[in-house]
Write a protein that binds this ligand. Structure first.
Ligand code: GLY
Length: 395
């Protein structure tokens, strides 16, 4: 297999003089990301902040754009990439573009939540912007968004509703694993405001999800459906995966990332254990090059498409998780994360063909949407993971 071969070469290379050490690997990979971002910005001139880069089809060479609207979920990733690129380079052109693409999203704070994706959109844009600039207006927006997110909380169930528009279709209060990522906004909001309510809701969501969203082996359902009145768990099923009982790669990635992040804020041992359990089943079933097929149970494997985005999310999560786990297990998580990033670098680059960092992601396979595309969230988590690796090596 072509990918596996390249991966073996890259792995061997790590161990020999003249090839990349982990720190110089992250530096060169980050420089590659910065060059791709600069190229994309040139291609997007004159910049229209209301048009957000979303994907690149396999036969296309430039970002396909989506108009900013309350109905998308990916608008925070491009400004997030710009903030991370600014963090790596210190180059003002990236900061200016990041501010422009961030600030057009502020309208979301003044309207009821369309769905749970508000956290994805605002924490990647305003959250990174606030972390790097301490702009007080950014803090106000994130706190207002936390108020919008908790409007989706159902105390009977104990989770945030993911898709208000899909309640009838699913026959109940639906919560998807992806929703774990929105808890970062809530935990942050409690720390930033001193109001414990956001974190209380985040913990209830994480606890309920831990109870119902996982199978005994640590793999997860994409969707959990609950009775909105009684709170009773009705069923686990899928929306973007192969089957109700399959392990959809990015859903599992959100689980690993989500519980790792919950442990960061709470130091609750149960969350760390959940993150490890979700990670262990994922790692055990990976193909040789450590980039998963879009769903671990697609019977078409090995002819099924990959999902580089899941690999990037998991690499970023494992670098963080490795800092919370002692001994051999923590070291193994870090090594796996480094190997995933090396594999993405070796065989999944957009390179000259297109300005995305990575290609070969899968968006919504059952809908036939974004299969084997470059997708903006893959790039976001890839550059985040590389920055985490660089910072770890410098510490
Ligand atoms: N629903 C968000 C995702 O595709 O991961």
């Amino acid at each position: 297999m072509k990918n596996a071969f390249k991966w073996v070469v890259a792995s061997l290379c790590i161990g020999f003089a003249g090839c990349s050490s982990p720190s110089s690997f992250s530096e060169q990979a980050l420089d590659y990301c910065a060059a791709q971002t600069e190229r994309a910005l040139e291609e997007l001139q004159p910049l229209d902040y209301m048009l957000s880069p979303r994907n690149i089809a396999p036969d296309e060479h430039q970002w396909s754009l989506r108009p900013v609207s309350k109905e998308l979920w990916t608008e925070g990733f491009w400004p997030g990439i710009l903030w991370y690129t600014y963090e790596h380079t210190g180059d003002e052109q990236f900061r200016q573009a990041a501010e422009g693409y961030t600030e057009v999203l502020g309208f979301l704070k003044d309207m009821p939540a369309y769905d749970h994706d508000l956290g994805f959109i605002i924490f990647n844009s305003y959250g990174n912007g606030y972390r790097l600039t301490q702009n007080p207006q950014y803090k106000e927006v994130i706190l207002a968004i936390a108020d919008r997110i908790i409007e989706l909380f159902n105390p009977q169930v104990g989770t945030l509703l993911s898709w208000p528009r899909e309640v009838e279709n699913f026959g109940g209060h639906n919560t998807i694993m992806d929703n774990m990522i929105n808890l970062e906004t809530l935990f942050w909001a409690s720390e930033a405001s001193g109001n414990p309510r956001y974190a209380e809701i985040a913990r209830m969501h994480a606890d309920t999800t831990m109870e119902y969203h996982f199978r005994p082996d640590g793999s997860s359902y994409h969707v959990a459906v609950y009775n909105a009145e009684t709170g009773a768990f009705m069923r686990g099923c899928t929306h973007q995966g192969y089957a109700d009982d399959s392990m959809w790669a990015r859903g599992q990635a959100w689980a690993i990332y989500g519980y790792t992040m919950c442990y960061r804020f709470t130091k609750d041992e149960r969350y760390r254990e959940m993150a490890c359990k979700a990670a262990d089943i994922y790692l055990k079933q990976l193909p040789e090059d450590l980039v998963p097929y879009w769903d671990f149970n697609d019977p078409k494997i090995p002819a099924a498409p990959r999902d580089a985005s899941a690999a990037a999310v998991v690499a970023s999560a494992l670098i963080e998780l490795s800092g919370y786990v002692d001994g051999e297990q923590g070291a193994a998580y870090l090594k796996s994360a480094e190997q995933m990033l090396q594999s993405l670098d070796a065989s999944y680059r957009g390179g000259d063909a297109c300005p995305a960092f990575l290609i070969h992601s899968t968006g919504h396979h059952p809908a036939g949407s974004e299969i084997d595309y470059a997708i903006v969230y893959a790039d976001y988590y890839y550059i985040e993971a590389l920055l985490r690796l660089k910072q770890l090596r410098q510490a």
